[in-house]
Write a protein that binds this ligand. Structure first.
Ligand SMILES: Cc1cc2nc3c(=O)[nH]c(=O)nc-3n(C[C@H](O)[C@H](O)[C@H](O)COP(=O)(O)O)c2cc1C
Length: 148
């Protein structure tokens, strides 16, 4: 059983909704799952967990959500040293067709560059997550549960 921390940056609550669902599925599969807002998370908070999930929506022109940026830059400096990780990115192609769900790509590159181990491919959600919570979000979290 793994001890998982989900860290999210969310402006309107969509990313938080997805993280809540992922946490629910992990817990059903006997893992332990804690959720923290990125703006309340420091680098030392990450140390005691077996698996880290970084989640962010996309803003600006393909940028991370504001609250997760400070942690992103900290991780780029300190590294993730073989830690098991995965990422969740949200977006909506009505805002930007060039940088759709770019947050997933930014976080995936962060994990790889920081020396983390990406245990499953990113979960990417284009448009509202509400309609996919019980389908693709659930399936992704089940797959993650089996991989950790
Ligand atoms: C001002 C603004 C800019 C956005 N820019 C992008 C973008 O560049 N790429 C993208 O895929 N989605 C973009 N989005 C869509 C959001 O990422 C999407 O609505 C997401 O579900 C919001 O999640 P949150 O409620 O957790 O913040 C943008 C939304 C707003 C309001």
């Amino acid at each position: 059983m793994a001890n998982v921390l989900i860290i999210f940056g969310s402006t309107g609550g969509n990313t938080e909704l997805v993280c809540d669902k992922v946490s629910e599925v992990l817990t059903q599969n006997k893992h332990s799952a804690a959720i923290k807002r990125a703006e309340q998370t420091t680098i030392t908070d990450l140390e005691s967990f077996d698996v880290l999930i970084f989640a962010s929506s996309t803003y600006g022109q393909g940028l991370l959500q504001d609250y997760i940026e400070p942690l992103y830059f900290e991780i780029k400096k300190t590294g993730l040293k073989g830690k098991k990780c995965t990422v969740i990115g949200l977006g909506d192609n009505k805002y930007n067709v060039e940088y759709v769900v770019e947050a997933a790509k930014i976080l995936e590159n962060m994990v790889k560059d920081a020396g983390g181990e990406l245990v499953v491919p990113p979960l990417r959600i284009n448009k509202t997550p509400v309609t996919v919570l019980n389908t693709s979000v659930n399936d992704w979290a089940q797959n993650l549960s089996n991989a950790i």
